[in-house]
Design a protein around this ligand. Sequence first.
Ligand code: AMP
Ligand code: ZN
Length: 141
Amino acid sequence: MTSPSSCIFCRIATGEIPAKLVLQTDAVVAFLDVAPLADGHVLVIPRQHYARLEQMPPEAVSEVTRLLPDLGRALVQVTGAEGYNILQNNGIVSGQSVDHVHFHLIPRRSGDGLGYRWLAKQYPPGRAEDLQERLRQTLSA
Ligand code: AMP
Ligand code: ZN
C-alpha cells in the first residue's frame, strides 16, 4: 500500500498521527476535519494514497463512496443538521490543500452563512455541442 511518509492523511490512516476517527474499514477511514466549516464536518479518505480522484480505480472509489449515505444519515442524526454538502477537490486550482483524495461532508443548517452558489456562466453558441461531442468521443474511446 502506498503510504508517503510526508502525507498527513496517510499518516492518519496508519494511526501514526492522531485524528478523531468516526469510521474505519479495511479500505477507508473517516474522521472529523480539524478545522471544521460546521459542527460534524467529516473527511472520508481511502487508506491508500491517491492524489486525485481520476487516479483511483473505480473499485477504490466505490469503497469510499458506498459509505457516504451512512455517514450523511449519522451526521444529520447527531448534529441535527438539515442537510449536508459533499465536496471533493482535485488540484490546487480547485482548493485542494491536502494531496490525498478526500471527500468532505459538511453539515448544513439554514442561516449558517456558508453559502454555496457560485456564479454560473452561459455557453456561447456552439460551445456546449462541441464539448458534448468531444466528451462523448473521449468517454467512449
Ligand atoms: P481540501 O482543501 O479539500 O484539501 O481540504 C483539506 C482539509 O483537511 C481541510 O478542511 C483541513 O482542515 C483538513 N485537515 C488538514 N489536516 C488535518 C488533520 N491533521 N486532521 C483533520 N483534518 C485535517
Ligand atoms: Zn496520502
